[in-house]
Design a binder for this molecule. Structure first.
Ligand code: C2E
Ligand code: CA
Ligand code: CA
Length: 766
């Protein structure tokens, strides 16, 4: 008898081992596999351990073998619990359970070891089966053994309750997955209770472990509930965002999901759906078409809803016609997103009018579509828009732009393209006959009082390019219109300018100067020329330092060809610092050669005052070349001083204190009144050569000259007159009291060596 049961026990162990191997072979790496394998592994040890215990022939070996069996039962059950929790997905509390049971198992294991020597847990005694075979079995249980029972039953019940909870809460179709395992767990527990209660020879619960292993293997790794696919598909289709309508072989509608019903406005029956299907079949589907699709738009609450309808016939594996279906896909979101994207791509976010890209594209189309028509590209620009932003705030700037966008948009017509190019630049493209310069200027000048400021008016400049070269890119055409604006950018009126090629040449030249400047300066292409200044008694002690660009290709370039450009870009400061240093080097040389009275007059551009610390640069140059400040005369224009009189006058005073000679250059060419002279504490007044130009009002000019000279003398200033070209001028200027003369009558600006050779420290025959 014992042999038969032992065989069954070993077979059960082998079967569980088989399940273990199977789980490895079909492994997909899912999280559930790990506890299953561990459960199977300890089940094999446990079941086989029981089989071995049945063959023990001494009490000691029986105590050890049954002790091992008891301990592995604990481990096996904890893995069953872990499995049950993972399998059901009810994992909350698992960590705590693991900790509690770990200590319980440890206590159980210790008691089993102690039991070998003390038999306080259980005792083993020899028995004979019905065939007279001797074996040891657990003969009696000590009180402490109930601890073990409590532990294993708690673990078994914990697994049981988890599986039961899941079975109750899960949809019917899945219940079987839990029911099978639950049932066999109950059977095992009942068997074990019977074995304990009736003190049977063998524990029959053990062989059921193999059935548990099989069910676990099957349900958790292999089984898919029957009908699940159909149910899943049914509910997927029923709840799909797309509508679906199924038609049988006779053309009857057999199914329509919720979305399809809503689309057809159908109640409970199929009538409305069948009517819709009929319409589609009649209007949208070719008779022999197996597949077809089309877009349709329906208005709902006044808003368009976009749908894509797909029709498809269904055939079985033998190509027998089974029916057809319609798929109704709502594209409204996609279409709206696309429309919004298109809007964003073609519209300016601030003003809502067309953006540059759209303007370029639409203008190109307009110009190309009508080759015989002549077009204008018109651009607009707000004078000093940056200052408006800075002074009145970005918000006001934005409001102004929106107003201008509104004016631009008012030109919208089938023949006129409009848009915002960037910042404060708007553009129009229209046929010449539709263009009315006066109207455009008057429309845009309506914003003149926008800032509600007495002093700050908004001025709009308009550039116009007549599209003579149609092959140009629109962006280039706009650049040309903008170039026209450049030519009027200093004007304080609302004005329009037309592009001509001369503007482009000028612009190109400017760009060239800017790009070549740095290298030219480093290369020593800028030279100092000197124009002698002659005292009334004929003495020449110095002159004005004037720059010349000796260009390797273009030859000598006069300052008018590059100084204004450098002034606009701020590069002037670099050139001036260079020229001042050249003058200092020259003066140092003259000092060393014994020309102690020699001096040079250098020009300080009005931009230098913003770009440099003029005081610092000049004084350190003087220090560097050990010069007496008196030999360096500093020319500042009247305009530069009057732009910022407070700080300029302070600076002039500080420099004068050190001994520098300050000259007011171009006096009479700016806006200042004679009255301002009294505030300018300068050493020398350089009267602008404009007074000497031969005009009809020569007599008047002479009178003014006389007044200025007298005034300057009274204010203790020396007077230089520039642009003296003939003897007559020298005579009347001498009569008025002019101290120094500078002009072509005496000498033109010349190379330093020429000045040194023929003029420095010489006497002119007056
Ligand atoms: P500016 O400072 O008023 O210099 C006098 C200009 O008048 C010089 O022109 C000179 O050649 C010219 N001139 C002198 N006598 C006569 C004359 O009898 N008749 C006529 N028609 N012209 C005469 P230039 O050298 O061409 O300089 C032009 C302007 O360029 C200067 O006017 C000055 O504003 C600027 N400039 C020259 N060199 C420099 C420099 O190194 N730095 C700065 N910032 N500006 C400079
Ligand atoms: Ca000057
Ligand atoms: Ca001058």
């Amino acid at each position: 008898m014992i042999l038969v049961y032992a065989c069954v026990v070993f077979l059960a162990a082998a079967f569980i081992a088989g399940c273990y191997i199977y789980t490895i072979r079909i492994s997909t790496g899912s999280a559930i596999e790990k506890p299953i394998r561990r459960l199977f592994l300890f089940s094999v040890i446990n079941v086989a351990g029981y089989g071995v215990a049945m063959f023990t022939k001494t009490e000691l070996s029986a105590l050890i073998a049954y002790g091992l069996f008891t301990t592995t039962a604990d481990i096996m059950l904890i893995f069953l619990l872990i499995f049950a929790r993972r399998y059901t997905g009810i994992t909350s509390g698992l960590e705590l359970e693991k900790k509690v049971f770990f200590f319980a198992i440890l206590a159980d294991a210790v008691l089993n070891i102690v039991n070998v020597f003390t038999k306080i847990y259980f005792r083993c005694a020899p028995v004979y089966d019905t065939f007279g075979h001797l074996f040891y079995r657990i003969s009696s249980f000590g009180l402490l053994y109930y601890i073990h029972l409590v532990i294993i039953y708690s673990m078994a019940l914990a697994s049981f309750s988890v599986l039961l909870r899941k079975m109750i809460s899960t949809p019917r179709i899945y219940k079987v997955k839990y029911a099978g395992i639950l049932l066999i767990t109950v059977v095992v527990m009942i068997c074990h209770i019977i074995y304990m209660r009736f003190n049977l020879l063998f524990d029959y619960s053990i062989i059921h472990y193999s059935i548990i292993a099989f069910l676990i293997c099957f349900f958790s790794l292999v089984y898919i509930p029957r009908g699940l696919m159909e149910r899943l598909l049914f509910f997927t289709i029923a709840n799909m965002k797309d509508g679906i309508i199924c038609i049988d072989i006779e053309g009857r509608c057999v199914y329509a999901n919720k979305t399809a019903r809503q689309f057809c406005d159908a109640g409970i029956g199929m009538k409305a759906i069948e009517e819709q299907v009929e319409r589609w079949l009649r209007e949208n589907i070719g008779e022999s078409n197996d597949i077809d699709q089309w877009d349709t738009v329906i208005r709902s609450d006044g808003k368009p809803q976009y749908y894509n309808i797909v029709f498809q016939k269904i055939y079985d594996n033998h190509m027998k016609y089974l029916g057809s279906f319609f798929l109704i896909h709502d594209r409204t979101e996609d279409v709206n997103r696309l429309l919004a994207e298109k809007y964003r791509a073609t519209h300016d976010s601030l003003t809502g009018i067309y953006n540059r890209e759209y303007f370029y594209e639409a203008s190109r189309e307009a110009i190309d579509s009508d080759p015989d028509r002549i077009y204008y590209i018109v651009t607009t620009d707000v004078k000093n828009f940056k200052i408006i932003n800075d002074v009145f705030g970005i918000e006001t700037g934005d409001k102004l732009l929106k107003t201008l966008a509104g004016i631009t948009r008012s030109y919208s017509s089938s023949e006129c393209v409009y848009g915002r190019l960037s910042g404060d630049k708007f553009a129009l493209c229209l046929p010449t006959e539709k263009f009315n310069e006066e109207k455009l200027l008057s429309d845009f000048s309506s914003v003149s009082g926008f800032l509600k400021s007495e002093t700050f008016k908004v001025h709009i400049h308009i550039g116009i390019y007549e599209v003579t070269d149609r092959s140009l890119r629109i962006s280039v055409m706009c650049d040309r219109a903008n170039l026209a604006i450049r030519s009027i950018k200093d004007s304080y009126e609302n004005v329009a300018a037309y592009y001509d090629d001369h503007m482009r040449d000028k612009f190109m030249n400017e760009q060239k100067v800017i790009s070549e400047f740095d290298d030219a300066l480093a290369d020593g292409q800028f030279h100092m020329y000197i124009q002698p200044q002659i005292f009334a008694n004929g003495r020449i002690k110095g002159g004005e330092a004037l720059v010349r660009w000796i260009h390797p290709k273009k030859g000598l370039i006069r300052p008018d060809g590059f100084i204004p450009i450098l002034e606009h870009t701020g590069l002037i400061a670099k050139l001036d610092m260079y020229m001042w240093e050249q003058a200092c080097i020259q003066l140092q040389k003259w000092q060393e050669e014994g020309y102690y009275e020699a001096y040079l007059s250098v020009n300080i551009s009005q931009n230098d005052f913003y770009l440099l610390d003029v005081y610092e640069v000049i004084t350190s140059l003087c220090k560097k070349y050990c010069l007496n400040p008196r030999c360096l005369h500093l020319e500042m224009t009247e305009t530069a001083i009057m732009n910022n009189p407070k700080s300029q006058l302070k600076l002039m005073e500080r420099l004068r204190q050190l001994g520098f000679i300050i000259e007011i250059d171009d006096f009479g060419s700016g806006y200042s009144s004679l009255n301002t002279l009294k505030d300018m504490t300068a050493d020398v007044l350089k009267i602008d050569m404009g007074f000497l130009s031969k005009t009809a009002n020569m007599e008047k000019s002479k009178m003014i000259l006389q007044v200025i000279i007298t005034l300057a003398k009274n204010l203790k200033m020396e007077v230089i007159t520039e642009g003296v070209e003939d003897r007559e001028q020298v005579d009347f200027l001498t009569e008025y009291g002019c101290d120094i003369f500078q002009g072509y009558y005496f000498a033109k600006p010349m190379k330093v060596t020429d000045f040194e050779g023929s003029y420095l420290d010489t006497q002119f025959d007056m």
